[in-house]
Design a protein around this ligand. Sequence first.
Ligand code: FE2
Length: 419
Amino acid sequence: MSVTVYKNAQFPNEKTTTNFVVEGTKFVQVGGDTSTFEKSADVKVVDLKGKLTIPPFADAHIHLDYVYTANLPTHETSSGTLFEAIDNWSESKSKLTVDAIKSRAYIAIKQQISHGVQYVRTHVDVTDPNFTALKAMLEIKEQLKDYMEIQLVAFPQEGYYAYKGGADLVEEALKQGADVVGGIPHFEFTREDGVKSVEKGFELAMKYNKLLDFHCDETDDEQSRFSESIAALTYFNGLQGRTAASHTCAMGSYNNAYAFKMMTKYKKAGLNFIVCPTENCYLQGRYDSYPKRRGISRVDELTRNGLNVSFAQDSISDPWYPLGNGNLMHQLDFGLHLSHMMSVDEIKDSLKFVTSNGAKTMCVQDYGIKDGNTANFVVLDEDNVFDAVRNTASTILSVRQGKVIMEKAPETVLTKYDF
Ligand code: FE2
């Protein structure tokens, strides 16, 4: 079995560097004296030169079946709103093919890998009786498992009930291999249908033993309160930690009395929150003049209340959002700004939003640089967390199951300055 000793790794906020040993696919020794390993003839030694070494990035919310569709003729939006984008998507998605979806997804996944992402939860639109996107993503999930752990959400983009037969399509997608039950209660026709869709989602999750992740309250409408239904059903069904509410933009518009009450309920439910900083600061506030809301949930208050919050990409160039490149350091930069979380201590503690918190939401087993865990880690081109965040540091090495899956030359300025 191959053995590699990695020397001089800088773990976040540690005073000194650490050596660690990877044997085959596992970390076998993290820290301590690695000289015995180094003396063996067939051992490879890699000097990480004090660069920041962390567990891989985890993107808990993206739509890989939508990537690079922004410029398709029917996909231009005039309003820049979520709801116009959903209508445009509905009109054109029947023309998509498995091969076209796969070839676009490969480009996005390569970008994600180049940014150190190894865990991805992707929502797959199942409001399509042909399951074109699901077929494509099931193939990709299996094909690329050595590069990335991909979870598929059975996501009814057009609703459980707003789309005829949507609930049955979600169930069928779970039978075909989707890992997570999705939903979009704020898109259903009525509040009652929205609550009913959440209830149906929980029924399916219990029946098929799946995780849950709803697009939830992705609107500036302060009356949109589906996170309370999700929290209640999580709590009463004993599914703490297995459920996520994505977006929760409306929480930024809730009155404090309601928001503060809900914090204790979310806590009891162990609800995970996924926030998509660039996507929602672009999509929300579209019905405001000034002041304009920026679509951000209460990341600071949720975090202070001990809730698990992660930042995610959501879109790469699709009808909902024109930019995006899979770099979660960019999401972290935006997320910290929009959430007013920029004290020195908050910045030093912020990598969790794009690493461990996303992995926790995805219920990833075996995550982290520890003895006995699978040897998955990345190295950033900085030597401390503060500068890594400030400079949105590049990932220069990604190791998965003990193998290098991505290596990048550090950026070098060639110009000689006279000062
Ligand atoms: Fe989404």
